[in-house]
Write a protein that binds this ligand. Structure first.
Ligand code: NA7
Length: 548
């Protein structure tokens, strides 16, 4: 191995190194410590929070009901913390994660402002040699990534991008002190980050120009402050709620009738769609029918409904035409909106359809489309992320034969894992919310708890049985990846360019690297594998096991 920083006798050794101190890393640290292991968490930011630390753009908010979008491993924690509103704002979620870090005294094992630059597996010691960007090196038996799936910013390589004389930044890199008053601002992108920030930017900026590539499916948030009595009742029913979350496809405990859109007449469907629309939030629309993602006709029915709502919400019907979504409903993550359509019709806001008049270049003065040049003081890239694998590839992770993860997963087609948690050739490495797990199509904190609980059970098994290394077999990995693809290929997800497939960046990938069997089924599979002594994994014992 060719690590930049060499091991010495003083090199610190930990049982586990964890990368990231967001939802994943914090819970992983807590469980590893409970298991009696020594752990070091490395976090690039100055504080805990992961995506909720970085995404400070105005309007940033979660699109899952707050009472479900939190940890559920501790009833005491659940009772202590009270969310103020249905869809929590970024500052409130960040306060929550800081509260968790304090309550479980996690900070002492986290090293902030430190990036892991390289992690190489050493066959001779069965441990990971980990390089940090402060020039130091540590070793660990287990290398665990909690780097998030939407953490590596995507700023498209527009011609002349660096020539702009004003201020330019990505929504996930919002400057601490920014005054938009009196400024001409351009926002590129109308995904969740764009749709959430645009109404807030429009309140401040002298003029806002929006550059939209594709119209998006949206749902109104119907956000509201939680009622004290309702919160008491929810807390009193914590155990039942937790059980329902575990048994629900995406970990959000709302009823999901198993029925086709086509079982209903158009009038009946519209009633069902309308009821979900009135509740507010995307999960409620997705829960209406079970074949929205598999049946083109069913999907088209929902698409037509949402599309008609956009025409209702926007007075200017030409603008409403431009806002029409072009993909299948729900195969690109739909967006929960608050005030987006009203903002578009403000006098100080202009809207451009850059599919019709593409962005040609960024100039020193602003953005030039095929039609005209727009003078700007600030350009905001709401252009999304190099999702799922982006942050893993930023670290030079090398397995037992020296191959890097980036080389192994050279393109989307080759991203292979066993269970979305491990990958062949990389012993003792665990990936929280990795590709081919169900995570990003489910409630993230629930998915994280599911992954971390499995990893900790596995580590406990390895420690108890004196196993030096665990590694996914190539056969098990092939079988899992094939099963993931087979399931995905029956859905409309593979027909859409989205951040799920990586098609948001290269426009090419169509492999959908996410397990679509849902959280309960996934839980059953991974737990059975554990019960059966880790079928599909090679185990290297420290000493030969004693045979009875
Ligand atoms: P998204 O959802 O990936 O949205 C990115 C937006 O940027 C989207 O409108 C893109 O258009 C647009 N985009 C990307 N590249 C370009 C180029 N080259 N030119 C013009 N427009 C471009 O990211 P978000 O940050 O909004 O949300 C990510 C997730 O965070 C979201 O799903 C929630 O889970 C939370 P496109 O639609 O690709 O045509």
């Amino acid at each position: 191995m060719n690590l930049k920083n060499k091991l010495t006798e003083q090199t610190k050794h930990y049982d586990a190194v964890v990368v990231g101190a967001g939802f994943s890393g914090l819970y992983m640290l807590h469980r590893l410590r409970e298991a009696g292991l020594s752990v070091r968490v490395y976090e690039a930011a100055k504080g805990v929070g992961g995506v909720w630390y970085w995404n400070t753009y105005p309007g940033a908010r979660c699109d899952t009901d707050s009472i479900y979008y939190n940890y559920t491993f501790s009833e005491e924690l659940y009772n202590e913390w009270t969310w103020s509103e249905r869809y929590s704002s970024q500052p409130e979620i960040l306060r929550y994660l800081n509260y968790v870090a304090d309550k479980f005294e996690l900070r002492e094992d986290i090293q902030f402002e430190t990036r892991v630059s390289d992690a190489h597996f050493d066959n001779s010691t069965n441990q990971w040699d980990v390089n940090l960007d402060d020039g130091s090196v540590v070793t660990a038996k287990y290398f665990i990534t909690g780097v998030g799936v939407l953490s590596t910013m995507n700023i498209p390589e527009f011609k002349g991008k660096d020539s702009f004389k004003g201020e330019a930044f990505h929504t996930a890199d919002w400057p601490e002190k920014l005054d938009l008053k009196g400024k001409k601002v351009g926002v590129i992108g109308t995904g969740s980050s764009g749709v959430q920030s645009i109404p807030e930017i429009a309140k401040e900026a002298e003029h806002l120009t929006i550059f939209q590539r594709s119209g998006q499916f949206t749902a109104p948030a119907n956000n509201y402050a939680y009622d004290e009595e309702d919160v008491k009742e929810i807390k009193a029913n914590f155990k039942a709620m937790r059980r329902k979350m575990e048994r629900t496809y995406d970990g959000i405990p709302i009823d999901r009738p198993n029925r086709s859109v086509l079982d209903h007449t158009p009038k009946e469907r519209n009633k069902v769609f309308q009821e979900a629309w009135d509740k507010g939030g995307v999960p409620y629309l997705l829960a209406t029918y079970s074949d929205l993602k598999t049946n083109e006709k069913s999907n088209a029915s929902m698409a037509k409904f949402v599309s008609s709502k956009i025409y209702d919400l926007v007075k200017d019907q030409e603008l409403a035409d431009d806002l029409q979504p072009v993909d299948y409903f729900g195969t690109k993550r739909p967006i929960t909106h608050i005030g987006f359509y009203d903002a578009l019709e403000q006098d100080n806001v202009s809207f451009l359809n850059v599919t019709e008049t593409p962005i040609e270049e960024i100039t020193p003065k602003g953005i030039k489309t095929s039609e005209s040049e727009h003078d700007l003081d600030i350009i905001i890239y709401a252009t999304g992320f190099d999702a799922i694998t982006g942050s893993l590839f930023k670290i030079d992770i090398r397995g037992k034969d020296g191959t890097s993860l980036k080389e192994k997963w050279a393109d989307g087609e080759k991203t292979r894992t066993n269970l979305g948690l491990t990958t062949a050739g990389f012993p003792n490495m665990f990936i929280i919310t990795g590709p081919e797990s169900p995570s990003v199509t489910t409630n993230m904190p629930m998915a994280i708890e599911q992954h971390v609980d499995w990893i900790i059970d596995c580590i406990n098994y390895l420690e108890t049985n004196k196993i030096a290394a665990i590694e996914a077999t190539v056969e098990a990995e092939d079988a899992w990846s094939t099963a993931v693809s087979d399931r995905a290929n029956k859905t409309l997800f593979v027909k859409t360019k989205s951040w799920y497939t990586g098609g948001n960046i290269d426009g090419e990938s169509t492999r959908f690297p996410i397990y679509l069997g849902g959280m309960p089924k996934y839980g059953e599979i991974i737990n059975n594998i554990a019960k059966n002594g880790y079928e599909g994994f090679d185990l290297t014992y420290q000493e030969e096991p004693v045979k009875n």
